[in-house]
Design a protein around this ligand. Structure first.
Ligand code: G4P
Length: 279
């Protein structure tokens, strides 16, 4: 599902977040490991102040392993816990549960001192569209037990998924909006496929991607498409078109079609494990 963020939509999402955040102890913030900066929400620190926070770098299977590790280190240096996962295959999910327990250790201890025992930690998954929130919740809840249903007075109609005796998860994720003011952010989100393609110029995006891959991933295009990747990025796109038999009348390269192929293969990881942002 894709979203276009009009001010009204953003206000509504923000209101929902503010309402739900009151009910929880822990924010599980999903980021796209390929673009952790661009997929972050500018207001989450403010919205979630006084709450525990766990950062999940999802789609780690599509991102560069060295860069993944650098991001985890980067968050750790800021005093935040971060876990690398692939929610689709379930890789890394075990560490998520361990980390939730760790992040909430203080809370459990505080509760214990005040004589509150066995009160589960309540968590909510948040993130921008397409970052993998539903996949993550399904993966986490798949092996868990049934929903806990409505608890009068406490949850007011919210559905909680009991993951184990210590953790309950709100079954609907919190939808966050991306940063709008930064053009690079928009470009990166578009490249990984988190912004509706219909409102973007595919060819422009493909050319930008070719140029971008030159730093850090020289040879990636040459290897995948068997073309010379030197020179002007648009020329490279034309070569890709020819190589893949995307031709228009008069033997002209169909760069639009080639752009869609390039983006599709990039997004699915067929060009390689590539991170567009480094800490
Ligand atoms: P959302 O709720 O945050 O909007 O995201 P959602 O779970 O719907 O996931 C968006 C897309 O990302 C889905 O692909 C999903 O399969 C994929 N995805 C989620 N987590 C991972 C991951 O860790 N690794 C990879 N490689 N992909 C992931 P889709 O193409 O929209 O759907 P489908 O083809 O998988 O059905």
């Amino acid at each position: 599902m894709h979203y276009q963020w009009y001010p009204g939509h953003m206000m509504k999402a923000k209101r929902m977040m503010q309402e739900n955040i009151k009910l929880i102890d822990l924010i599980i913030e999903l980021l796209d490991a390929r673009v952790p900066y661009a997929s972050g929400n500018p207001d989450i620190s403010e919205l979630g102040k006084n709450k525990s926070r766990l950062i999940i770098l999802n789609k780690a299977d599509l991102a560069d392993e060295t860069v993944n590790d650098a991001w985890v280190k980067h968050y750790m240096e800021q005093g935040l816990s971060a876990v690398l996962i692939d929610a689709r295959s379930g890789k890394g999910m075990k560490s998520v549960e361990d980390c939730i327990a760790l992040v909430c250790r203080d809370k459990i201890e505080r509760d214990r001192k005040r004589g509150i025992l066995n009160r589960p930690i309540r968590a909510m998954v948040v993130g921008i569209p397409n970052v993998g929130k539903s996949t993550f919740i399904n993966s986490l809840a798949g092996k868990a037990c049934a929903k806990t249903g409505n608890k009068p007075g406490v949850t007011k109609g919210k559905q909680w998924i009991r993951l184990n005796k210590n953790i309950e998860l709100l079954d609907t994720p919190g939808l966050l909006w991306p940063k709008f003011e930064d053009q690079t952010v928009g470009e990166h989100l578009a490249m990984v496929g988190s912004i509706n393609d219909e409102i973007l110029d595919t060819e422009e995006m493909a050319v930008a991607l070719i140029a971008k891959l030159r730093s850090g991933y020289a040879e990636a295009i040459a290897k995948r498409f068997g073309v010379d990747e030197n020179g002007n990025a648009y020329d490279v796109l034309q070569r890709i078109a020819r190589k893949r038999g995307c031709l228009k009348k008069g033997d002209e390269p169909d760069t639009n079609k080639a752009s869609r192929i390039l983006l599709d293969e990039f997004r699915s990881g067929r060009i390689g494990r590539i991170s567009l942002e480094r800490p």
